[in-house]
Design a binder for this molecule. Sequence first.
Ligand code: GDP
Length: 457
Amino acid sequence: MSTICAVSTPLAEGGLAVIRMSGSKALEYAGKLFRPFGGKAVSDMPGYTCAYGKVIDPDSGETVDDAVLTVFRAPASYTGEDTAEISCHGGIYIAKRILRLCLRCGCDQADRGEFTKRAFLNGKLSLTQAESVMDMISARGEYSLRSARLTREGRLAGRIDGIKQKLVTLLGELAAWVDYPEEDLPAVEDTALRSSLSEAASELSRILKDYDCGMVLRTGIDTVIAGKPNVGKSTLMNTLLGYERSIVTEAAGTTRDVIEETARLGELELRLSDTAGLRETEDRVEKLGVSLAKKRISECALVIAVFDTSCELDPEDRELLALLRELGKKHIIVLNKSDLGAAADRSEFEGTGARILELSAKNGEGLAELTEAVSELFGADTYDADSTVFANERQKRCAEKAYDKLTEALGAAELGETLDAVTVLIDSAVGDLMELTGEKATEAVVDEVFSKFCVGK
Ligand code: GDP
């Protein structure tokens, strides 16, 4: 396999940049372009040691930068291969120049995710762990980092492997029973078979259920703040975001566009958009905003429906309530401007099953209740951050396929179908689980996974 190199830090100005080389010739190439101060040779450096020295252009002998070289020796490195990392000054030009020197010494430019792909191919990581490396890099909050870290530590692979092992044992018993009926082997008890199958299926379904909540914690909740003009949507949005994002004015219908921003609400992240009201309008620009608002409401995961509690409800408010009832979306009803006193009849809001909260977007009163309501609605309050969740749709799909086959096998066993038929289904479910962890992933799946990485990782 070739020796690859890439700049592993972002190409931006910073304190440091790291250029990484990995492969059987990494240390040989590093020796060509790096000279440790004190005269030691790179080839004599043991693994897990570093040296301070200078990066030189091997052709001209010119010094390019002072840097630190870190040496890892196979198999004790991230990729499992010999690896050299040059930490130089964090300039875009310096990093690119050193990268060019590595290429000139004989390295190939690494593909996207190639370091991690090699780690996978060398058995340093399972496919799920490799995917979690990407998640850790893109994690934006404590929850997502934590769940990615647990996956990286092998929690998910371990749990899936546990299910798989049980199924494989079951397959062994079934095969022996089917193939050697004349031997005096203990029969696979019908009830034992069914209980093993249903145990494996319910374990998978537990992991699948956690996924949806995990997804919310990881990527944030796609949220729309809806309501007629002037109820305080922009003010609420600004309060949630903590700064003036849209211009709040007293004239109705000023928020014409859909504005999108991300706000943190406790441990949750809301991807917020503030939409125009739903009222039919003659104004062409506003009409556009109105249809956009309806579309956004039908697509989003959460609607924060805002009403002005200091006024009585009007037809437009009722239209929004009707829409929420019709769509069955997760939503929270916010009775805004609570500081002005209530005039609206609270009973009108009941019947959608949603939490009704009084709030003052202007002074922030009631925000804690809003945070709590959102968290409750998405199960984040009872979500176990230590639970193992799938990192992505690929893993989820594999688990779903396995789950479907196990339920089918269970049904077949209950109907008294041949053990052969049941065996085929269990076998296929085991295949799906092995695809999930990467033990049996096709090259196409592996390529697909790593193509999502950035270069240098
Ligand atoms: P939008 O059209 O729904 O986005 O409404 P805005 O956020 O532009 O607010 C309309 C008006 O209501 C502005 O004058 C705000 O200052 C005012 N407003 C918004 N929230 C509150 C609140 O909680 N209390 C009071 N007293 N006024 C508010």
